[in-house]
Ligand binder design. Sequence first.
Ligand SMILES: NC(=O)c1ccc[n+]([C@@H]2O[C@H](COP(=O)([O-])OP(=O)(O)OC[C@H]3O[C@@H](n4cnc5c(N)ncnc54)[C@H](OP(=O)(O)O)[C@@H]3O)[C@@H](O)[C@H]2O)c1
Length: 274
Amino acid sequence: MTDHACILGGGCAIGQHLARLLLDEGQSVTITVSAEHRVPALRNTLGLSQEQDDRLRILPLTLENQASVENGLMRIMEGGTPTRVADCMHPHLEGLIAATEPDEAAAYFAAAISARNHILHSLTRAMLAARPALRGQPGRHAHHPEKHTSANGGSKPAVAGRLVYLSSTAAGMPNAGQGFYAAAKSAAEALYRSIGVELAPRGITTAMLRAGYVDAGRGAQYLAAHPEALHNIPLRRALTAQEVAATLHWLLSDAATGINATTITMDGGLTACK
Ligand SMILES: NC(=O)c1ccc[n+]([C@@H]2O[C@H](COP(=O)([O-])OP(=O)(O)OC[C@H]3O[C@@H](n4cnc5c(N)ncnc54)[C@H](OP(=O)(O)O)[C@@H]3O)[C@@H](O)[C@H]2O)c1
């Protein structure tokens, strides 16, 4: 497997920590950001050593803009087909279902769901196409997965691609105003779940991580306005961006491949409570 990882929406705090972890282990990393002006700003914020900076590409990919999605995909592939993909991207729409114009919701779903599907279609097809070349073998049949021998003598399917989606507990337990966010998160989870079902026999697996309150991004803004929300969490604190990134990092690893087509919750116990 080549060591090219891609973090979609890697400009958020969680994505930045994940990028550092991947760069620290020697991978080449491509990060997408929501707009061109975010590119130099993010490179500046990351402040990497020259050696790590040389292994990092940052490029714009705006979900609402089809040309930007296609251009972003083309540029991702210029760095080689990524075999590890973490998806932290999420456009913003908050509003009550009964109070939000359906056209606004339709545009949001086009970005959050249809554009994501476009990206997943391209990435998984590229992973499938790259696999024979990587292995020096002809294409394979879905019901006869290629295997390799592991250190303990057992055999397991070779990894052609690993995709991890950063979801939210809001998918199953939205606050008022988060209905569109919950719908988009649930739909994205379903896409990733199906990829894991359909392509695991060919070496492409998926996992979805439902994070609870995170002390970063929109979560930090919400908690600043609603600190009482922490009392509903048995852990009595928000997650940090670092610990969510560390979990995504592990979920991307070969060791986590058995966690496929399923959702894991990391919320300090929030959704275990009545
Ligand atoms: N914060 C929390 O409490 C929490 C809890 C559970 C799950 N999450 C998930 O964690 C991820 C990061 O969220 P956050 O709250 O930490 O920060 P955020 O600033 O809301 O992060 C959103 C991410 O999506 C990208 N993005 C936004 N609109 C986009 C668009 N139209 N096209 C392409 N990319 C777009 C952003 O890119 P730029 O930075 O380049 O603009 C950023 O990387 C999201 O997927 C969110 O759902 C967060």
